[in-house]
Ligand binder design. Sequence first.
Ligand code: HDD
Length: 704
Amino acid sequence: MVEHNGRNEQRKDEQLEPFRRESGEHLTTNQGVRIDDTDNSLTAGERGPTLMEDFHFREKMTHFDHERIPERVVHARGSGAHGYFQVYESMAEYTKAKFLQDPAVKTPVFVRFSTVVGFRGSADTVRDVRGFATKFYTEDGVYDLVGNNMPVFFIQDGIKFPDLVHSIKPEPHNEMPQASAAHDNFWDFISLMPESMHMIMWVLSDRALPRSYRMMEGFGVHTFRWINEQGKARFVKLHWKPKLGMHSLVWDEVQKLAGKDPDYNRRDLWEAIEMGDYPEFELGVQIVEAEDEHKFDFDLLDPTKIIPEEMVPVRPVGKMVLNRNPDNFFAETEQVAFHPGHVVPGIDFTNDPLLQGRLFSYTDTQLIRLGGPNFTEIPINRPVNAAHNNQRDGYMRQTIDKGAVNYSPNSRGGGCPMANPDNLRAYTHYAEKVEGQKIRKRSESFKDHYSQATLFWNSMSEAEKDHIVSAAHFELAKVNDKAIRQRMVDHFNQISHDLAQRVAQGIGVPEPTEPAGQTHDRSSPALSMENTVKDTVKSRKVAILAIDGFDHTQVMEMKQALQKAGANAQIVSKFSGTLHSADGQEMEVDKTFLTSASVMFDAIYVPGGQQSIETLKQQGDALHFINEAFRHGKAIAATGEGVELLKASDIVGAELADQDGRISADNGVVTTRQGSIADVSQQFIAAIAQHRHWNRMQKERVPA
Ligand code: HDD
C-alpha cells in the first residue's frame, strides 16, 4: 500500500488512486474468469430449471443480495465532496495541531453534509438540522470535526440521545411521518425537555431550510480545547462561515421542491463543483482563556449555549475549498466514518456530557454499519500518514501485516511499533485535574433554558420572526394532542410573550395573558441571517422565460450580464428543442415547464417579444412561475413586452414600469419598457444578491 508523508492537498487523492477501477473490456466473474453470456441462466434444456452449478448466476445474485448496508441511524441522507483546508497564519500560539501551523500546507479534506431525520432516500429540502462533518487527513492523523449547521443541540447529556432520536423519527407503529418533526411524539418529548428550547428556536427558523449546503454555517457545537506546544490549554468553539453567505428557502418552496427535485441540495453541491463554483468556507475560532472558564452567565460545557460573537469574536483561521466530487457514492460518501473522538495532537475534549456521550457512540455505530473493526481500512477512512499497531484480523482485513510479532512489549520485533512519551508528535491527553463523587445529576450551571432562546428571538428581523411563528403554526398544528400544544405555548411564553401569543393564535390554544417570567432585551446581530453576505450572485440560477418570437437581443444582453456576474442563466420554455426569436435567431431551451419550476431558481427574467409574450400569457405555467417567484420573495425582471406578462399574472402591489424609458425597481421587481438592458441587468443582479425581498406588500394575496 502506498504511504504518503507528503504535504500537499493531492495526497488523499493519490492514496485513493490504486483503489479506483475503470470498466474493463471483458466481463469476468470476481475470480477473473471471462463470461460469455450474462443475460441467460444456465438451464437444463431451453424451458428447464436453472442449474446450481451456474457460478456466474450465483455470484451475480449473491453479490446483489448483499449490496445494502444499514443506513446511518441519524444523518442517513448525505452528500460528500473532496477538497482542501489551508490555514491563513500559524496558530502555534494556541495549538500544536500540525495542520494549523503552515499556511503553505494544503490539508486534504472530505466533507459530508446531511439531513438528520430522514431515511437515506428522503428529500433534501425538509425542516431539519443539517450535518456538516469534515475529515481532515492531516500529517498527524485523521481529525474529524463532526458538526451541524446550528451551534447548539437539543439535549445536554448524551444519554438522552436515543430518546431524542426515537421521538423525532417516524412514529414506531406506522412509520410516519417521513423526515419531519411535525408529529405528536417529537413535540411531546420537546415539551417535556425545557433544555431543548434554544435549539427549537433554531429549528423553527430559516436556518433549518438552507438554500444550499454551500450557503450555510457550520459549528463544532461543543467547547473543545486547543493545546499549544508548551502544554497551555484554552477553550475553543469552532465555526464554518460560507463565503457565499447564509441563505434559506421558504417553507412553501421547501415542500414543493421535496416533490419536484428531492435531490435539490445534493444536486446543487454536485453541479456547483462540476461547474467550477467551488464551495468555500472559512474556519473561525472563538478562544477563551482557561482562567475565564467561569466568567460567563452560562456554562461553557453546556451544548445548548452559544458564546455570543459580540462577547468573544470569531477569529478567522483558514479556508476550506471543496473542489472535487467523489467518484463513487457508496465507496466514499456512504462508507466514510466520522467520529468526534478522532482528534490529533493539539486538540482535546472537554467534559461536555453530550460530547462525552458521543465519544462512545460513533465507533459503536460504525461497527454495525460497516460490519466490523476494519472500517478504518476502507480507502476513504484511511489516514494519509501510516497507521501502525498490533491490532489484527477481524472481518475483511486488508492489510497484510508481515512478521511474527503482534504484541507489545516485544524484543523479537525490535520493540516496534513503539509508544514514545517523548515524541512531540504523539498524542497526550490534556492533564485536566478531575475529582468528584459518582453522581447522576445535571449541574446547576446547566439550568437556564430560556435566556439564549430569548436572545435568538430578539435577534431576528421581522421577516425571520414571521417565519418562526408560521413554522410553529405548521409543526404544532400537526400535533393532535392539544395538551402538547399548550405546553409548547407555555414554554414560548418563557422565551417571549409576543412569540407565545402569536403561536397560540394559529394552533387553537388560549393565548397567554401575562408573560411567564423574566425575559431580557439583549440581542446578537450575528444570529440573524439578514446580516449575512449580500454582495454576490455567484452560482445563482436565473430562469429566462421565453418562447418563439422572443427578443433575442434582450436575452443575449441579460444572459451575458448575468454570466459575467457569475450567475447561471437558463432558458425555460414550453417544449425542449430550439426556439426562434422575432428576428429569426435560434436558441436552445435548457428546461421546460414540465422539467422545472420557479422553486428551482433564484430569480426570473421575462424578456420582450410581442409574439412570445402573447403566447406565454396563455400559459398558466408561465404565469405560475411569476406568481410563485413573487410570493417567495425572489428577484424578478421584465423588459419590453415582458412587463405585460407580469401584469397578466396575479402579482399585486409591485410598481411596474410605464411606457417611457424609466426603470422601475420595487422590492426586487425590476422592469422597464424601453430602458437599457445593461442598466436593468445591474439592478436585477443587485436584487438577486439580496436573496429575498420580504417586504412585498400583499404577497400573501398571490395564489401560489
Ligand atoms: Fe451525531 C452521526 C453531528 C450528537 C451519535 N452526528 C452524526 C453526523 C453528524 C453528527 C454531522 C453524520 C456524520 C456523517 O456524515 O457520517 N451529532 C452531531 C452533532 C451533535 C451530535 C453536531 C451534537 C453536538 N450524535 C450526537 C450524540 C450522539 C450521536 C449526543 C450519541 C450519543 N451521530 C451519532 C451516531 C451517528 C451520528 C449515531 C450516526 C451515524 C454515524 O454516527 O456515523 O453515532
